[in-house]
Design a protein around this ligand. Structure first.
Ligand code: DGT
Ligand code: CA
Ligand code: CA
Ligand code: ZN
Length: 574
C-alpha cells in the first residue's frame, strides 16, 4: 500500500459522503477533499505516519487521520464498508448524469424507489420523474437527453478509460511482483487506448498459473469472482468492471498479447494474411505445418507476416494493415519527441494546486525545453485572473526564467470562449500573451449552429494559438458541446491555429476521431496535459497515445518542434 492508495480511499470516502449527505458542500465531504489536497501538496509517504504526524499535514483533521490509520493497518475502512452497502455501484453511477445531483438522487430514491439506471429510465418513460418535488417536465426531458447522449446502457454500460486505467495499472504492477512472473501487460481495448472499455484483459507470462490466479482471486480490487480457472480468472471490481487475467507460457506471450489486444477485426485481417501465406495464426503463435514460425514477441509475428510493426492504438482495421504492408505507416509521434507543455496552470489559477516554482521545476525534470504558463483568463468565475494579477504574474515568470536559465517560459493564458465567440480582456491586452489557449468553460447546451459559430469566432480573433479541449466533454460524465466539426477544422487549417489533444484521461479532447480528420484537413496539433498540479505531468503520455490513435505523426505536432521553430510558429498567429 502506498500514498496513492490512501488518496484513492479518501476520494471514495468523499464520493460516498457526498451521496450520503446529499451535498458536495457538506462539512465532512469538504474535509476529505482538503485532506487529499494537503497530502498531495505535502508530497510525503503517509503510510508510515502516526496520528500526530498526520494531523500536522495541512487539511488533515483528527477524524480523517483515524480513517487513514485504520486503512493502513487493516486494509479497510469501516465507514466505507457501511456506505458501500447502502450505495451500491449501480446507484452511484446515476450521480454521473448531468442534472442529477446528490440531492436529487436522494429524493429519487426516497420518493420513487429508484436504485439503478433501469429504474430511472422506467420513471422517465412513465413520466413520474416530473412529479418529484424540485423537478418538472423540463428537467425530466433534460435528464432523458443526458442519458442518451452519454450512451449509458444499464447493465452493459462501458467504463470510461479514466476509471479503467488505474485499476489495470495497479493489477499489472501487483502481478509483475509475483515470483515466477516474467511479464504482465494489459491488452484489449485499453491497450488500443479506446475511450471506454467493456472490460480489462491482462496477459501474464509465467510458467506456473496458480500463484497468479491465487493473487488475483484474493486481490483487494476483487469485489467478486466471476470465473476461476487454472490459467484464466475473471474478477469484478467494486464499480462493476470485469477484469480477465490470463496466464500463458513466456514463449507464447507475443502471440497472446497480439490476439488479446485485438481489435477483433484487426485479428481477422491478420489471420487471413497468414492463411494467404500458407500459415495459421492464433493466440498460441504463428504456425506453418506444425512448425512454430513466431510466437514470443509481437514484432516477430508482424515481421513473419511481411508487415512493419503496428502500434496498438492503430489496430482498428482502418487501413493500418495495408499501410504496414506497403511501408506507409505514419511516423507516429512519441513521448520522447515532446519538447514542451503548452497548457499548464499554477496557483495563479483558483483551481491550480502547485506553485509556479514547483510547476517549472517539474517541467525541467520532465526534460522540457519550454513551457507556456496558461493560467485562467478573467472571465472564468472564481478561478480567473484580473489584468493586474496577470501583469504581476508576467513579472514573476520573467524573473523565474532568468534566475533558472534552464528553460524557456512563455507568458500565456487560457482564454475563455464566450457564448458568442468573444474572448477575455481586449485585443491589446491579449497581444501581451506570448501563447494563448482558448477553451469553452460555459454554456454547454447551445444549439449546433451557435456552438460552431462560437468556436470559429474565437479562432478568427487573431489572439489565439490553439483551441483547448474542443468539446468540453468529460467521458462518461458530460457530453461535449454539439459541433459541426468540418467547418471548424477548415477554419483552423486556414488560420494556422492549432488543435489541442488534451491528455487528461477523462477528457481526451479532441478525440482520436477528430484528430484524424483534423490531420487530413492540414491542422497542426498541440499535445497538452492541462496540469493543475505537479502530479499531472504524466498525462503527456496519454495525449501522445490519443494522437497516435488519430494517426498523428511527429511532424504534425507543434510542441515536438525545437524551440526556435516553435517560437517562430507561435509568434505568427494570424
Ligand atoms: P471491449 O472489452 O469491449 O472494450 O473490447 P476488446 O477489444 O477488449 O474486446 P474483448 O475484451 O471482448 O476481447 C479482447 C480481444 O480478444 C479482442 O480485442 C480480440 C480478441 N478476441 C476476442 N474474441 C475474438 C474472436 O471471436 N475472434 C478474434 N479474432 N479475436 C477475438
Ligand atoms: Ca476488453
Ligand atoms: Ca475480455
Ligand atoms: Zn486549463
Amino acid at each position: 500500500m502506498n500514498t496513492h492508495d490512501v488518496i484513492a480511499m479518501l476520494w471514495e470516502l468523499h464520493a460516498l459522503t457526498v451521496l450520503d449527505e446529499g451535498s458536495p458542500q457538506s462539512f465532512k465531504a469538504r474535509a476529505y477533499e482538503n485532506a487529499v489536497r494537503g497530502i498531495e501538496g505535502a508530497g510525503v509517504d503517509v503510510t508510515g505516519l502516526g496520528k500526530s504526524e498526520l494531523t500536522k499535514i495541512k487539511g488533515v483533521g483528527g477524524s480523517t487521520a483515524d480513517k487513514i490509520l485504520e486503512y493502513v493497518t487493516t486494509g479497510k475502512v469501516d465507514k466505507i464498508e457501511r456506505l458501500r452497502a447502502e450505495y451500491p455501484p449501480e446507484f452511484v453511477v446515476l450521480s454521473k448524469i448531468p442534472g442529477v445531483g446528490p440531492k436529487t438522487l436522494k429524493t429519487l430514491r426516497s420518493e420513487l424507489g429508484i436504485n439503478d439506471l433501469d429504474d430511472l429510465k422506467d420513471a422517465i418513460a412513465s413520466e413520474r420523474l416530473r412529479t418529484v418535488s424540485g423537478l418538472g417536465k423540463t428537467s425530466e426531458e433534460k435528464i432523458a437527453k443526458a442519458i442518451e447522449r452519454l450512451g449509458m446502457h444499464g447493465k452493459d454500460r462501458r467504463t470510461p478509460i479514466a476509471e479503467a486505467m488505474p485499476i489495470a495499472n495497479r493489477l499489472v504492477r501487483d502481478i509483475e511482483g509475483i515470483e515466477g512472473v516474467e511479464r504482465a501487460e494489459y491488452c484489449g481495448s485499453l491497450r488500443r487506448f479506446a475511450e471506454t472499455v467493456g472490460d480489462i484483459d491482462i496477459t501474464v507470462a509465467a510458467l506456473e498459473g496458480e500463484p497468479v490466479m491465487e493473487a488475483v482471486r484474493t486481490h483487494p480490487l476483487a469485489a467478486d469472482i466471476v470465473a476461476a480457472g487454472e490459467t484464466k480468472t475473471s474478477i469484478l471490481s467494486r464499480e462493476g468492471l470485469q477484469v480477465d487475467v490470463r496466464v500463458v507460457a513466456p514463449d507464447q506471450f507475443g502471440a497472446a498479447t497480439l490476439y488479446f489486444t485485438g481489435s477483433k477485426s484487426h485479428n481477422i485481417v491478420l489471420r487471413q494474411r497468414a492463411i494467404d501465406r500458407g500459415m495459421l495464426l492464433n493466440e498460441y503463435g504463428l504456425f506453418a505445418e506444425d512448425q512454430t514460425v513466431a510466437s514470443r514477441s509481437e514484432e516477430e509475428i508482424y515481421a513473419a507476416l511481411d508487415l512493419a510493426y503496428i502500434e496498438p492504438p492503430l489496430r482498428e482495421s482502418s487501413g493500418e494493415v495495408e499501410a504496414a504492408a506497403s511501408g506507409t505507416l505514419p511516423d507516429l509521434v512519441r513521448r520522447e519527441h515532446i519538447r514542451g507543455d503548452l497548457h499548464y496552470h499554477t496557483t495563479r489559477s483558483g483551481d491550480g494546486r502547485s506553485s509556479l516554482e514547483d510547476m517549472v521545476q517539474a517541467a525541467v525534470e520532465a526534460g522540457y525545453e519550454y513551457v507556456a504558463i496558461t493560467d485562467h483568463g478573467e472571465d472564468l468565475a472564481i478561478n480567473g485572473s484580473s489584468r493586474e494579477e496577470m501583469l504581476a504574474h508576467r513579472d514573476a515568470i520573467r524573473d523565474l526564467e532568468q534566475r533558472r536559465g534552464d528553460i524557456r517560459l512563455l507568458f500565456g493564458c487560457e482564454l475563455n470562449i464566450g457564448s458568442d465567440g468573444s474572448l477575455d480582456y481586449d485585443p491589446e491586452f491579449r497581444a501581451l500573451f506570448e501563447w494563448s489557449v482558448a477553451s469553452v468553460h460555459s454554456h454547454f447546451d447551445l444549439d449546433v449552429e451557435t456552438q460552431t459559430a462560437r468556436i470559429i469566432g474565437a479562432i478568427s480573433k487573431g489572439s489565439v494559438n490553439v483551441i483547448g479541449h474542443l468539446t468540453g466533454r468529460y467521458i462518461g460524465r458530460r457530453p461535449g458541446i454539439d459541433l459541426d466539426v468540418d467547418p471548424i477544422l477548415e477554419a483552423l487549417a486556414m488560420t494556422g491555429v492549432g488543435l489541442e489533444v488534451n491528455g487528461a484521461l477523462d477528457r481526451l479532447d479532441a478525440s482520436s476521431t477528430v484528430v484524424r480528420r483534423a490531420l487530413a484537413a492540414g491542422v497542426r496539433l498541440v499535445l497538452s496535459t492541462d496540469s493543475h498540479h505537479t502530479s499531472e505531468l504524466g498525462r503527456m503520455d496519454f495525449a501522445v497515445r490519443n494522437a497516435q490513435r488519430g494517426w498523428g505523426e511527429r511532424s504534425d505536432v507543434a510542441n515536438a518542434l525545437p524551440l526556435e521553430e516553435f517560437e517562430a510558429w507561435a509568434h505568427n498567429r494570424s
